[in-house]
Design a protein around this ligand. Structure first.
Ligand code: NAD
Length: 485
């Protein structure tokens, strides 16, 4: 085992879980055993919530300008430890070092945004009647929980940690049991940055802990990022116990390629979007709809895909099960008549035979009813469908139940504007394959890609992590004070 067994992090200390059940943590890149993660029990969560409640009294009363000082230092520590954090992230997730480095850089950018929060939460004040003013304040909620998926072991936790905590909340993080290592390192850096004990806690585990979080009487809000199936369960369960909940789900993102699109640039974007992080991004292009004559662009996409080499500039998928699932989608599409132009099945990387790799895969003549065209594949696979008009392409995009992202590739501004207006997705790209809004803009999809109001990052997250206090104040020295009115 490359690392010691993982422990929970409660009240500033790493502590044993009360569980007897552990799962192996396996490196997708080479199949090596990295560690063991505890499937914590509800008693472990109770201890973490207790520590967070104790810490909340002091942390919520600390002025925000002081609270963000921790995040200025945390940002510096992320920068200082970037190489080591990226290495850890690559080992547990299987992504390339370049991708992990970009992930930590994104964590730094998220932290920068949190440092700017004092400028954004100033509230409002107005004299609403003679001598009477109304004012609003953003007040922290209390103990909050963040449940995260496997595909970004550092970035997705950092979607919530800096903002929720800088806004005065105390947090329980529930990392993915498949990638539990990075979270512990983030906890150490937060402590080194001066975060008081108990403000940030980690409880590892699976279903039992997620359910206990949703039911816990002293957790005020739950943010979730993961698959749609689980997002729905979490949203229903957390709101049933009257918690605030924002649950981000899966995705099926469509790229609509017009015949006038710039071929080289479009092909590079399509290939990078479908294969980055081995296709395991909720913003990955999974389906392409070619409108009209686009053979010349598809030819270039094939050329670009062939430059992507598993184990070199393409990482592993998370597990053996994931590899099997992705390859099954490809085989089924082929059996139903689609044409596999670049085939990533049965990929083995020399020297890393136990790694779980799927090569870049380009499939043409996919029909909109096929499973590969409608379901989330979550692998380095692009399914190409063909239509005659932009309206047919939009109809395919609109019909899919998800709504994270959609992109259009064209040189025609009118067509781009039309696709922006008609697409049913929360994040739209024009000549951009992965249209992630950067801070201060917020991240969040529509339809079955998100349950709850608002977005998880940027300015929109302020509303989720705080409640508004409205005061009406009468203080009129000229008229004297009439305490009874
Ligand atoms: P997942 O839904 O399997 O797991 C997410 C979290 O839920 C994990 O912490 C896991 O322990 C927990 N969990 C799993 N099954 C559960 C159950 N039955 N009951 C309660 N909790 C459960 O997701 P994943 O495989 O880790 O991540 C990949 C998914 O996340 C993809 O669908 C991807 O699109 C999605 N994702 C979405 C976004 C977004 O912004 N919309 C971002 C990243 C990932």
């Amino acid at each position: 085992m490359r690392y010691p067994a993982i422990q929970n992090y409660i009240n500033g200390q790493f502590v044993e879980s009360e569980t007897k059940n552990f799962l192996d943590v396996v490196a997708p890149g080479d199949g090596e055993l990295l560690s063991k993660v505890p499937l914590s029990v509800s008693n472990d969560l109770d201890k973490a919530v207790q520590s967070a409640m104790m810490a909340f009294a002091g942390w919520s009363r600390t002025p925000i300008k002081e609270r963000v000082q921790v995040f200025f230092r945390y940002k510096y520590l992320l920068e200082k430890n970037l190489g080591e954090l990226a290495e850890l992230c690559s080992q547990e997730n299987g992504k390339t070092i370049g991708e992990s480095t970009a992930e930590i850089e994104k964590s730094i950018e998220l932290t920068e945004f949190a440092c700017s929060l004092p400028q954004l939460v100033t509230g409002e004040v107005l004299e609403v009647s003679r001598g009477v003013e109304c004012r609003t304040e953003h007040v922290p909620l209390g103990v909050v929980a963040s449940i995260v998926p496997f595909n970004f072991p550092s970035m997705v936790p950092n979607w919530t940690i800096p903002n929720a905590i800088a806004l005065g909340n105390c947090m329980i993080l529930k990392p993915s049991e498949q990638v539990p290592l990075s979270a512990g390192r983030l906890a150490e850096l937060l402590k080194e940055a001066g975060l008081p004990d108990g403000v940030f806690n980690i409880v590892h585990g699976g279903v039992e802990i997620v359910e206990a979080i949703c039911d816990h009487p002293h957790i005020e809000a739950v943010s979730f990022v993961g698959s749609t199936k689980v997002a729905k369960l979490v949203y229903q369960r957390a709101t049933k116990s009257f918690k605030r909940c924002l649950a981000l789900g899966g995705a099926k993102n469509h790229l609509m390629v017009m015949p006038d699109a710039i071929p080289g640039m479009t092909a590079q974007n399509v290939a990078a979007s479908m294969s980055g992080c081995a296709g395991q991004r909720c913003m990955a292009a999974s389906a392409m709809v070619g409108v009209g004559e686009v053979d010349h662009i598809i030819k270039k996409i094939v050329e670009e895909a062939k430059k992507i080499i598993p184990g070199l500039n393409l990482g592993a998928v998370i597990s053996k099960e994931a590899k099997e699932r992705i390859e099954k989608y490809i085989s089924e599409a082929e059996q139903e008549g689609a044409k596999v132009l670049v085939d990533g099945r049965n990929t083995v990387v020399e020297g890393k035979e136990k790694g779980t790799y799927v090569g870049p895969t380009v499939i043409d003549y996919v029909k909109p009813h096929m499973a590969i065209a409608t379901e989330e594949v979550f692998g380095p696979v692009i399914s190409i469908m063909r239509t005659n008009t932009v309206d047919e392409a939009i109809a395919i995009e609109n019909k899919n139940p998800y709504g994270n992202a959609a992109s259009v590739f064209t040189q025609n501004g009118g067509v781009a504007r039309y696709v922006i207006e008609k697409s049913s997705a929360g994040m739209i790209g024009v000549n951009v394959g992965v249209p992630v809004p950067r801070e201060p803009f917020s991240f969040g999809g529509w339809n079955e890609s998100k349950f709850g109001v608002g977005d998880i990052t940027g300015k929109s997250s302020i509303e989720f992590w705080t409640k508004l206090k409205k005061s009406t104040i009468k203080w009129n020295p000229e008229a004297g004070v009439n305490w009874m009115s």
